[in-house]
Design a protein around this ligand. Structure first.
Ligand code: GAL
Length: 413
């Protein structure tokens, strides 16, 4: 429950902007796809420009499961990196174990409390202290569409599941893959949580955020598995093991009509030199208009000795500056974690996210993403993911899946 370290108060913010001593940070992260790597290079160059070197510890694997396994091994071996990318619930878990530094001084100097939405602060702060710097807000429940295929077939982006399946039929009849899906459990969980949210925000709240037994056994959850089964029918036979960015590439290259995936897919579109909303269409997953799931990438600083404090403070301050959050998120596909970054340079999909975030916050339909570490602690999240992937990759009935899910979640709680 304790924080093991409090960073010394630094002289002033100008010291953060122009450090006297050159130093370096070793950063563990999982940003290895084209769009992700482009975004990470923004942070690397920003820091190097300020005299802080970057030692890259990239662990491939979308969603970060492999990176978190490596992080655990490094810390267990007594060799933590200087900083690590992590999602909200993981921040809490590492803070709870007492491994994270305290960023209150840099947070106060840079006014984080005033510009970071409370929903994000809830994960970046532990026991009232800032322990991790939030760089973005991703939205995982999008449908991406190939503009080429949609215009060739005279289709519109779907706003209901009936429209989605009608479009999928036409795309398949025309000889394309209807739904580009990757074959990893976290990708299936990403689709499933979008389906649940689309059935109703209340179902998402009760069955996922509250992990309520009756809600998990309800008709709504049965329906969510029926929709998953139908989606499965439009996935090509080669999806097993496929990475998410390869599925995105199928849409970018006009081989597949649609992908249901978070807006990091938009980073791939941008890295390919295309314009989101033009060559690759975007809309939120059917039924999720007016609601907003988010996942935020944080950088948490490990307690690796006093001589690294200046570099860690520089990194946190850099990652939180208005300019950095603009440039980084333009490449990453997400929107800034800060609410005071101008939206004018962002594409139409990001601008929609910014507007929808405000609407969902006001209507109390803003929730953390389960599939991306903001819905439940890791052990309970894994219980959901296991059942979702088991159902997607077998002929399990929707009724059996709902019962198995409720049982698994109750056992994990
Ligand atoms: C998410 C993460 C994103 C993106 C995605 C795919 O969990 O928040 O930044 O990298 O995984 O790797």
């Amino acid at each position: 429950m304790k924080l093991t370290k409090t960073f010394a108060v630094l002289a002033c913010t100008s010291a953060l902007a122009a450090p006297a001593i050159a130093d370096e940070v070793e950063v563990l992260h999982w940003w290895t796809s084209g769009g992700e790597a482009a975004a990470v290079s923004v942070l690397k160059s920003d820091l190097e420009g300020k005299g802080t070197g970057w030692v890259d510890m990239a662990v491939a694997g979308g969603g970060g499961d492999a990176a978190m396994t490596t992080l655990r091994a490094r810390v267990t071996a007594g060799d933590p990196p200087t900083a690590a990318q992590m999602l909200g619930m993981t921040v809490r878990e590492w803070a709870d174990e007492g491994f994270l530094g305290n960023l209150n001084d840099v947070a106060a100097a840079e006014g984080w409390d005033d510009v970071i939405p409370p929903a994000v602060q809830a994960f970046g702060k532990y026991d009232g202290n800032w322990v991790a710097a939030p760089v973005n807000m991703h939205r995982p429940h999008w449908v991406w569409g190939s503009a080429k295929i949609f215009s060739e077939l005279g289709l519109e982006m779907p706003s209901t599941w009936d429209e989605f399946f009608a479009a999928a039929d036409k795309i398949q009849e025309a000889g394309y893959v209807a739904v580009a899906q990757g074959g990893q459990a976290w990708q299936e969980a990403t689709v499933w949580e979008a389906v649940v949210l689309g059935i109703s925000p209340d179902l998402y709240r009760t069955a996922i955020i509250e992990a309520d037994d009756a809600a998990l056994r309800s008709e709504g959850i049965v329906e969510s598995f029926e929709i998953m089964r139908k989606i499965r029918g439009y996935v090509d036979p080669n999806f097993a093991g496929r990475d998410w960015n390869l599925a995105t590439a199928m849409v970018i290259n006009g081989e597949a009509g649609m992908q249901i995936m978070g807006d990091w897919a938009k980073g791939e579109v941008i890295a390919a030199g295309l314009t989101p909303g033009v060559e690759v269409l975007c809309d939120v997953a059917p039924g999720t208009q007016g609601s907003f799931l988010f996942n935020t990438d944080f950088f948490a600083m490990f307690d690796v000795g006093d001589d690294k404090q200046m570099a860690q403070q520089n990194m946190a301050a850099s990652a939180m500056s208005v300019n950095f959050q603009e440039t980084f998120n333009l490449a990453k596909g997400s929107i800034p974690a800060r609410t005071d970054v101008p939206g004018d340079k962002f594409d139409v999909c990001a601008q929609k996210s910014m507007a929808d975030l405000a609407e969902a916050t006001a209507s109390n339909t803003l929730f953390g993403s389960l599939a991306h570490g903001h819905g439940q602690p890791a052990a309970i999240q894994a219980a959901y993911t296991d059942v979702v992937t088991q159902h997607f990759n077998s002929d399990m009935s929707a009724e059996d899946a709902a019962a198995a899910l409720a049982d698994a979640v109750m056992a994990a709680k």
